[in-house]
Ligand binder design. Structure first.
Ligand SMILES: [Zn+2]
Length: 259
């Protein structure tokens, strides 16, 4: 059909149809454009990672690993510690409101501990190993405690010996044990100085436990219990320097515990 043959009415209908078609076409075009912009990237744009690769890319859930103790470290097993005795005369059974002297296990070490308390052993055997065993025997025997009272002991050769588990309250500073971590230098420091290796390890232990337990304070045993000579005059004289060097407050001000 030629356009000239169309009647006016047919022409109007044709033009109207053409106009509607144009609008529809334009809308269609816009719609396609919007769809193009908003569509998610096609699977062919970025190849999917294999599951194995995704697993490798995901960090492990335990991102914070506690820092290891300074070396050389001698575990209880390595020095031949005797097992904990929960029937000990003066640390009998487990802690409760009715048994406040019992073996107390902390819920959270970081909030439980505030102060590192320094001691000397006074007793000294033929070797560091023998002294550590003797200290445990004294504490479990004569003193009647469940285990060695200190959490750590430092040998004259600078080795760090594992004492009572950090998870449990120590027995080393009468009336102030809760929240106090006990570190004992082997030897009698009333009449001798710590060895350079012992001194070096003490500094490392302070820094390690400060980070591990969030400690705020460093004290000598004598700061809490003024009647004792512990930790000996030579270490006592160095306490301020030590506290300053490891960035802890000196003294009893951090104590929050109840026993
Ligand atoms: Zn002491």
């Amino acid at each position: 059909m030629r356009r000239a043959d169309l009647s006016r009415r047919q022409m109007l209908a044709f033009l109207g149809g053409l106009g509607l078609g144009s609008v529809l076409a334009a809308c269609g075009g816009l719609g396609v454009l919007l769809w193009w912009w908003s569509r998610p990237p096609a699977s062919t744009d970025v190849p999917p990672l294999p599951t194995a690769q995704l697993a490798q890319a995901t960090p492990p859930p335990t991102a914070t690993v506690p820092p290891p103790p300074p070396q050389p470290f001698v575990s209880r097993e390595a020095w031949g510690a005797l097992p904990v005795n929960h029937e000990a005369a003066n640390e009998n059974g487990f802690y409760s409101a009715e048994n406040r002297e019992g073996w107390r296990v902390y819920d959270d070490l970081y909030t439980a501990y505030q102060t590192l308390v320094v001691h000397h052993s006074v007793i000294e055997a033929d070797s560091d190993l023998a002294t550590v065993r003797e200290v445990q025997a004294l504490h479990q025997g004569e003193r009647g405690w469940a285990d060695v009272g200190y959490h750590f002991l430092i040998g004259k050769d600078g080795a760090l010996y594992e004492g009572r588990t950090l998870a449990a309250r120590g027995v080393h500073v009468a009336g102030y044990n809760t929240g106090s971590v006990g570190v004992c230098l082997l030897g009698n420091l009333s009449n001798s100085e710590p060895t350079p290796a012992q001194w070096q390890m003490l500094v490392q232990v302070c820094l390690w436990l400060k980070g591990l337990l969030g400690l705020t304070h460093l004290a000598a045993h004598r700061d809490f219990n003024p009647m004792t000579a512990c930790p000996g005059d030579t270490l006592w004289a160095a306490m301020d320097t030590l506290a300053q060097g490891v960035g802890l407050e000196r003294g009893t001000g951090g104590y929050l515990g109840d026993a």
